[in-house]
Design a protein around this ligand. Structure first.
Ligand code: ADP
Ligand code: C5P
Ligand code: MG
Length: 259
């Protein structure tokens, strides 16, 4: 389980970590989180699960290249990739409880109820050994966003938005060739409408919060990744665990530089 640790570094804006992890939801008792480090001047090294997770949301229209760029980010920075769409498709494939309902919604380009999607993401977050995540294709709607905050109790550190013209997205989706039931022109038109109506407000929300990184999604995969790299490089320097140091005037020190 994650444990909330002090996040006092001036290099990470406080707003980016404003909403604490829902410790109850993640099985951590409030009050227990700071105790050990404050009382232990030896400041033992924290395991990855004990650190606050680094969360990136990856937004963009259908076919904008989210999954493709996520693969490159994973290769370079080692974040764990969670695609909301893949998690939903897995429920269909496994014929799980909500599988039939999810299939009908995906076929029609509609959004699956937030509670269902967020619980799938939450399960992955909780069972992972990683503390750095790329959550791809999420939040799709304001309702998704609010449900994540309520259920998981975490805020993203970074929000990427792959900005791609519609004609290019249509072309890419129709050429994707992965046997997806929703990669056809009829469903694609519906997905684009839903993206414009429901995802744009989420993009604006993170823009207003100063967390949005908009990337021009036209060009080769490698060229686009060149625009993604510096974003993560800047956080890479911050990829350190922090915990309370009673001797430090700032109350925080950099402990280690591992993931
Ligand atoms: P998303 O996850 O946003 O729906 P994908 O990453 O699956 O998009 O990309 C959609 C399709 O477009 C895939 O077939 C992928 O190989 C292709 N693709 C991705 N990035 C580019 C690019 N920069 N130029 C051309 N085709 C691309
Ligand atoms: O992101 P991806 O293209 O894989 O999503 C495929 C479909 O999965 C969406 O069109 C939508 O029907 C569903 N989905 C959803 N909620 C999300 C992500 C995907 O309902 N947050
Ligand atoms: Mg995708």
């Amino acid at each position: 389980m994650w444990r909330r640790v002090a996040l006092l570094s001036p290099m990470i804006s406080s707003s980016s970590r404003s909403l604490p992890l829902n410790q109850a939801a993640l099985g951590v008792k409030v009050g227990e989180s700071f105790a050990t480090d404050v009382n232990n001047p030896d400041e033992r090294t924290l395991s990855p699960k004990e650190k606050a997770p680094f969360i990136t949301f990856v937004l963009g229209g259908p076919g904008s290249g989210k999954g493709t760029q996520c693969e490159k980010i994973v290769e370079t920075f080692g974040l764990q990739h969670l695609s909301a769409g893949d998690l939903l498709r897995r429920e269909i494939a496994l014929k799980n409880k909500n599988g039939a309902m999810i299939l009908n919604l995906i076929k029609d380009g509609k959004i699956v109820p937030s509670e269902v999607t967020v619980k799938l993401i939450q399960k992955e977050l909780e069972s992972s050994d990683s503390c750095k995540f790329l959550i791809d294709g999420f939040p799709r709607t304001e309702e998704n966003r609010v449900a994540f905050e309520r259920i998981v109790g975490a805020d993203p550190d970074v929000v990427l938005f792959f900005d791609c013209p519609e004609e290019e997205m249509v072309k890419r989706v129709l050429n994707r060739n992965q046997g997806r039931i929703d990669d056809n022109i009829t469903t694609m038109k519906k997905r684009l409408k839903i993206f414009n109506a429901l995802n744009r407000p989420v993009i604006d929300y993170y823009k207003n919060k100063g967390k949005l990184y908009t990337i021009n999604a036209i060009g080769s995969v490698d060229d686009i990744f060149q625009h993604v790299l510096p974003i993560f490089n800047s956080f890479e320097q911050l990829k350190v665990s922090r915990h309370v140091n009673p001797k430090s005037p700032l109350g925080s020190i950099l402990v280690e530089n591992s993931s």
